[in-house]
Write a protein that binds this ligand. Structure first.
Ligand SMILES: [Zn+2]
Length: 61
């Protein structure tokens, strides 16, 4: 058996640990298409590319 946690983390302890997770907006990466920040694993809303490839054509407003 590999290394495993000794005991289950309780719901309250897990939630306490995650209490501060939303304080900073992480999961942001720099877009390869336009250089703006956008969410990782998401298509860029500004230029419609994902990892450098155009996925959606974005209409200019
Ligand atoms: Zn972009």
């Amino acid at each position: 058996m590999g290394p495993l946690p000794k005991r289950k983390v309780s719901r309250s302890r897990r939630n306490r640990r995650r209490a501060h997770d939303s304080l900073t907006l992480n999961h942001l990466i720099v877009c390869e298409g336009c250089g703006e920040y956008h969410l990782a694993h998401h298509v860029c809303a500004k230029c419609g590319t994902y990892r450098g490839e155009t996925v959606v054509e974005v209409e200019e407003a």
